[in-house]
Write a protein that binds this ligand. Structure first.
Ligand code: ATP
Length: 232
């Protein structure tokens, strides 16, 4: 079963078509890196999957269910999560209040991750429960953003450039954590990254976009062998 499948999806803004005929799949436990230069259409693809932008044609399925005409809240209920570029935390609230605010919305019982589980998984947040989120370091804020995306019962995580502003050792640590999360909980992760080297190290598969189209799909080793660097 695919957690996520796109078939020939076309989308854009107003009269402008930005992505065309995008097809991809994401399975449980898998990390797929979606790469390409600025403006290639990666964020537009994530927005279309999330239902924030309508697909003009083609189909989006979650857990083998066609969700093309389902609005964003319905997709979130099915376990789809987007960690947007620029974090999406409440900077004026404490860590605990951020987590409680989102848990109140997303946790309904029978959850994979409630507040207790995210504190256990990300001890850095447990130690900073009373800290105002906006005063923490970039890395800590990114961990908080990740914890908010996990609350409830996520199946499919989409992360838009989570490494921005983080020191290289923090990027490695966050990606290691992502990998063990994906493996241990069967999460599927679609990772949009400008940090191509780090993304290729953590990903099981790589998809490269150029001018709104998929130009490469395969393993990281396959991408290296194909010499795809001119796309970045
Ligand atoms: P980046 O790394 O810069 O975010 P990206 O691959 O995610 O790149 P998109 O953000 O999907 O690219 O943008 C693809 C194209 O769509 C760009 O030409 C951009 O100018 C255009 N675009 C993005 N958002 C909008 C919008 N709200 N209205 C109109 N055009 C947009």
């Amino acid at each position: 079963m695919s957690l996520l499948e796109l078939r020939d999806v076309t989308a854009g803004y107003g009269a402008k078509l930005v992505i065309s005929d995008v097809s991809l799949t994401l399975a449980a436990g898998e990390i797929v890196a979606l790469l390409g230069h600025n403006g290639a259409g990666k964020t537009t693809t994530l927005k279309t999957i999330m239902g924030l932008l309508p697909a003009r044609s083609g189909a989006v399925s979650l857990m083998d269910q066609d969700v093309s005409s389902l609005a964003t809240p319905g997709r979130i209920k099915l376990g789809l999560r987007l960690l947007p570029e620029g974090r999406g935390i409440f900077p004026d609230l404490s860590v605990a209040d951020n987590i409680e605010a989102v848990a109140a919305q997303n946790c309904k019982g029978g959850d994979l991750f409630g507040p207790a589980e995210v504190y256990q998984l990300l001890p850095v947040l447990d130690e900073r429960r009373t800290t105002i989120a906006g005063t923490m370091s970039g890395g800590q804020q990114q961990m908080l953003a990740l914890s908010l995306a996990l609350l409830g019962r996520p199946h499919c995580l989409m992360l838009d450039e989570p490494s921005i502003g983080l020191a290289p050792n923090l990027v490695e640590r966050m990606f290691d954590q992502l990998r063990s999360l994906s493996r241990s909980h069967g999460l599927g992760t679609l990772l949009v990254e400008q940090n191509v080297a780090a993304a290729m190290r953590v990903a099981d598969r790589v998809i490269i976009m150029n001018s709104g189209k998929i130009v490469f799909s395969g393993t990281p080793d396959g991408a290296r062998a194909a010499g795809v660097w001119h796309y970045f």
